[in-house]
Design a protein around this ligand. Structure first.
Ligand code: MRU
Length: 365
């Protein structure tokens, strides 16, 4: 997608294959900062501390982390250590473990002398596939948005939570891909952007990227969504996901579940954009999904730009206040209208997801 009219991606390797470049998302929307990551540990820290975030992007970043490892030591032991380290950076989004496992399997099956080349090729393939997957999700989602738009007059009102945009992927985004494609196709739409406390990925990242694409949008406090749905001001909710169980339960950014409940109560369709790499067929239901508990400081403090232009962090709560910070929640499958995947829109149930998994395995052996 575009930054100030220029095409951009969130991650790209250096031509000499000795580093990978990323956007440091902690500085957005106020500053555009690029970072060069030249070692596995730097990649680990960038994922853990959310310089990069979003399920598909942390997967692609970790894949390049494994590629960086092969510049130093291609032995089985070094690759296993590296895979373990990177996979442990964040627990909830399954794309991280998925990408690391794919790299690990590919490289361990490869002669030592070919491992470096194979690693960079495989990481590139993971990044490229992410772009194609998200573009396809956008096409299927666009058909859905067209159908919904045909039933009403005026711009289609879409609500989204967190950032499942291009910043959360290599390009396009998942939940935003149908939005970008609809906007490009001339479909009138407006996006309600949940601010997404505590880290405010909606207010700082989704608003920033929609702005650069010229998509009309309004940031709302997280608590406003239910009210807007009750008043008929939301036609559809589209969110991303970090892990989907075999039965269709959807784990996504904290607060997603409340939006799904409100959508259900008000008859608003609730769709989840899901690359097949976010499906975890090993978990029957969402109760077993590990939920990342992040630092309480993300709740007790907030960062932003001061009037003098400096970036500051301020404290919100009385000194010594205890805070809890579960970063994700699980929306039961029964509240999900459908999963928008690269293979089409599928039902959030075990039978449909089994078929999807088999189809995906057939197309990507
Ligand atoms: O903690 P984050 O910012 O990594 O969480 C991101 C989300 O929850 C996204 O909705 C999800 O990863 C889907 S991104 C296409």
């Amino acid at each position: 997608m575009r930054i100030n009219g220029q095409s951009a991606r969130t991650i790209w390797p250096e031509p000499a294959r000795d580093a990978v470049h990323i956007i440091d998302q902690r500085a957005l929307p106020h500053r555009l900062v690029f970072e060069r990551l030249g070692a596995v540990e730097a990649v680990y820290i960038a994922i853990r501390d959310m310089w990069v975030r979003g399920a598909p992007l942390i997967g692609a970043t970790a894949a390049y982390g494994v590629a960086l490892q092969t510049n130093q030591d291609v032995s089985d032991a070094a690759l296993e250590r590296c895979a373990q380290r990177l996979a442990s950076a964040r627990p909830t989004a399954v794309n991280l473990a998925w990408a690391v496992q794919r790299m690990r399997r590919r490289l361990l099956a490869c002669p030592l002398a070919q491992r470096r080349q194979a690693a960079w090729d495989e990481a590139d393939a993971i990044a490229e596939a992410d772009v194609h997957t998200n573009e396809a999700i956008g096409r299927h989602g666009l058909a859905l948005l067209r159908e919904l738009a045909a039933r009403k007059s005026g711009p289609l009102q879409v609500l989204t939570h967190c950032n499942a945009g291009w910043l959360a992927t290599v390009d396009w985004g998942t939940a935003t891909s149908p939005i970008y494609q609809a906007h490009a196709a001339g479909l009138a739409l407006h996006v309600w952007v949940d601010e997404t406390r505590p880290r405010n990925q909606g207010a700082s990242l989704t608003a920033w990227e929609l702005g650069h694409e010229g998509v009309p949008h309004t940031v709302i406090a997280d608590n406003a969504g239910g009210h807007l749905m009750q008043r008929g001001q939301v036609d559809v909710v589209i969110v991303g996901c970090d892990r989907v169980s075999a039965g269709g339960d959807v784990c996504n950014k904290i607060g997603t579940y409340l939006k799904a409940l409100a959508a259900h109560d008000n008859g608003v369709p609730f769709y989840v954009a899901m690359p097949t790499s976010t499906l975890d067929p090993t978990l029957a239901d969402g109760a077993a999904i590990p939920i990342e508990e992040r630092s309480a400081r993300e709740v007790t403090h907030v960062s932003g730009r001061a009037v003098d232009g400096s970036l500051v962090e301020v404290q919100l709560v009385p000194d010594g206040t205890v805070a809890a910070n579960p970063a994700f929640d699980v929306t039961p499958a029964r509240l999900v209208s459908g999963l928008i995947t690269e293979h089409g829109v599928v039902a959030a149930n075990a039978a449909a997801l089994r078929d999807l998994w088999l189809l995906n395995a057939k197309e990507n052996p």
